[in-house]
Design a protein around this ligand. Sequence first.
Ligand code: CS2
Ligand code: MN
Length: 376
Amino acid sequence: MSQNRRDFIKRGTSLAAISSVGVNMNSASNCFTPSAEIVKDAGMQMCLAYFWGIEPHKVALARQMDVLGAVGGINPRMVGMDNVPNWEYDVIKKVQQAWKNEGLTLRVIEGPPSLYTKTKLGLEGRDEEIANFITFMENISRLGIDTVCYNWMPVISWARTTLDKPSRGGALVSSFRTEGIEDEPLITEYGELTKDKMWTNMEYFLKAVVPEAEKYGVKLALHPDDPPIDNIRGIPRIMTSVAAFKRLIEIVPSASNGLTFCQGSFASMGAEGEGENIPAAIEYFGKRSKIHFVHFRDVRGHKDNFEETFHDDGKTDMYRAMQAYYDVGFRGPIRPDHVPTMAGDSNERPGYSTIGALFAIGYIRGLMEGVTKNST
Ligand code: CS2
Ligand code: MN
């Protein structure tokens, strides 16, 4: 008998005791009897992101919501090991233990150690970076961690032109407009960069690390470029379309070479009127078992002008998206991504409001239960 069912029966017993002074709640007709066991979160592993270490309030709420997966980087300072490289076994082990002490499991490393500008731009020193990255993969596999979310955005990572745009009811969201960014100064210190070079650098990286990832059972999950535009201040962006991800998985075909399906990023791809088809993309990559991690969020607009939204307020049919993950058999880690900053929260970490995350988890869990029941 499952824990749920046992809890239910226990609850039923105490209700019966209370009901002796009132209505008989224990009569079969009034009783809620689950017809089938509910598969928790459709078999997926719901996580929350913690990029600022252990945030006690968020962690407490996560435990209450029963969202026990943690996503984050490896920060030696979090465990008092200031000067130790963050790919080393002892640091990772201590960070993992710190999460365990909170009742959480470090499920995905997002923003991994030793994968920086040298590798992404093919600069001198990349082989050392790559060697350390391989050591990192070996170490996480020894500790039972198998998913790594990385990106191919050197120098400028995720970017927005506004971080406090009023949205529904005055909640704050981030937004992006291409117009005007052409006037920003070019970054010239890395010489002339082209998309071709970026692809060549990625190929070099993948050929070196994917066979090792396979050996260690590690799943690499490349995150799309956000925003998915061609270039920011002279730094080209290549992971900006479904076609680019199709190319990625062909470079080194392997169960370890996959992607983070950041739905909000995919939803913002394409010019006005030319967006990607989200359920079709989930199906394409999911059927090939290339979706190793999901960022569940939404936007309104297109690559040159978009804003983030509440999960129930964007351009994507979120129910169909969840149905697609479920139908292709995705059962891996999933987290809400950026959320609006809601009343009572500060906007000092745009996209990562604790209260916003509560709404997101409730919404996502509801969709998960919906697709599970619809399929039984
Ligand atoms: C996010 C990133 O842009 C996105 O879609 O997933 O902001 C992510 O939170 C950061 O790059 C940290 O990994
Ligand atoms: Mn994302």
